[in-house]
Design a binder for this molecule. Structure first.
Ligand SMILES: C[S@@+](CC[C@H](N)C(=O)[O-])C[C@H]1O[C@@H](n2cnc3c(N)ncnc32)[C@H](O)[C@@H]1O
Length: 359
């Protein structure tokens, strides 16, 4: 990755061993993303760009080292990052046009983009941004200015991503291959269209887990859905061709009533009796005390076949989520579960999603 010179308000600042990044987490979780970076890289200097959500971070590491470490141990809370290749201090609103021209010239001069087939321009802005229009208007403007590139502008599956953030005083930009941003979605915000008749928004969490963890749900035979009502996850599993047993004392959505591949058990999960190794997939979205959820699910793991998958949301009720996650993971590890990924998905609110395999 070529590290460019950064030009701030006309004054070039050479970047040495330190690298600068725009880092994003779900709202309220930026401090934990910062803590993850501190544990990975030692000293972290940061400035808040959007409170609780976005930081400008300085790390005393080369960009390649940062990316390598993040790819080998994906963080839980850090949802997205881009390396700042270019930044501009805009002193007055009227100077924004000049900054956007300078940004376009910078992007046009990047040799990596000359032969790129597909480029995604991903602009974001803060509430008090210098840019008064919408982010998509900014994307259109930038794409017009970048029409000198031979590439096709795309939203997904790009060869390169041009990340842009326009804040209150600064414009930041970075050019990277998609895998270097943790997520190839703009700011890691994974968007799905709400479907007609969709039972619950919770379904987005499982859709996002499928995409982010690369899980092929069509490969499963039979699933146990714990805390299933009103049935967003159940409907997703049925759509993937899986036979489902849904456990919840609450009512399932009426649209699921005549589904032949669905068994509904209207009970507390602590009271159900299941067959040993009956399921090759267990999902749980109980929105309940994390430690009690871990205990309850552990007691039902006899029903999951060895090699089976578990996807569980863990509510972060404590002020020390890192320690809580560790404790929950240890409970599952004692029950022969191997954690593949622990991640706060974009559609997780005050929770994370655990993706585990039984051994
Ligand atoms: C967030 S909702 C689940 C949403 C569901 N995943 C969907 O996609 O529609 C949480 C559900 O967990 C259920 N629940 C909470 N504690 C439970 C327990 N001990 N046993 C079974 N279900 C439980 C609640 O009744 C509630 O319906």
């Amino acid at each position: 990755m070529k590290i460019q010179e950064m030009e701030a308000n006309g004054t070039a600042e050479k970047l040495g061993a330190a690298t600068h990044w725009i880092c994003t987490a779900n709202h309220g979780f930026a401090p934990y993303a910062q803590e993850e970076l501190r544990r990975m890289f030692g000293a972290v200097k940061s400035t808040v760009i959007i409170p609780g959500e976005m930081l400008r971070v300085t790390l005393q590491k080369e960009a390649e080292q940062v990316i390598g470490a993040i790819l080998s141990k994906p963080p839980i809370f850090l949802r997205h990052l881009f390396h700042i290749d270019w930044e501009w201090h805009v002193l007055e609103q009227g100077d924004l046009a000049e900054a956007i021209d300078a940004l376009s010239a910078f992007v046009l001069s990047d040799p990596r983009l000359l032969n790129a087939g597909k480029i995604a321009v991903q602009p974001r802005k803060s509430e008090q941004s210098l840019w008064n229009g919408s982010a998509s208007e900014l994307r259109e403007l930038l794409q017009d200015k970048l029409c000198g590139l031979k590439a096709e502008f795309v939203v997904r599956d790009a060869d390169y991503i041009v990340s842009v953030f326009v804040g209150k005083e600064f414009v930041y930009a970075g050019i990277s291959q998609p895998e270097y941003n943790i997520s190839d979605w703009n700011g890691g915000a994974v968007r799905f269209q709400r479907e007609e008749g969709q039972i619950s928004r919770a379904k987005f969490k499982l859709l996002e887990a499928e995409l982010t963890f690369g899980i092929d749900f069509t490969a499963y035979r039979e699933a146990l859905d714990i805390g299933a009502a009103p049935g967003g996850w159940t409907s997703f599993l049925l759509e993937r061709g899986i036979k489902v047993t849904a456990v919840d004392p609450a009512k399932m959505h009426p649209s699921l009533k005549n589904e032949p591949r669905l068994t509904i058990i209207r009970k507390n999960a602590g009271e159900v009796k299941l067959r040993e190794h009956q399921f090759d997939l267990l999902v749980c979205d109980m929105s309940w005390s994390p430690k009690l959820t871990a205990k309850l699910v552990s007691e039902l793991l006899y029903a999951l076949v060895p090699g089976g998958t578990a996807i569980i949301t863990v509510k972060l009720l404590s002020k020390k989520p890192m320690a809580l996650i560790q404790e929950v993971i240890e409970t599952f590890q004692q029950s022969r579960m191997q954690v593949q990924r622990a991640k706060q998905l974009f559609h997780n609110r005050d929770e994370i999603t655990l993706y585990m395999i039984k051994y």
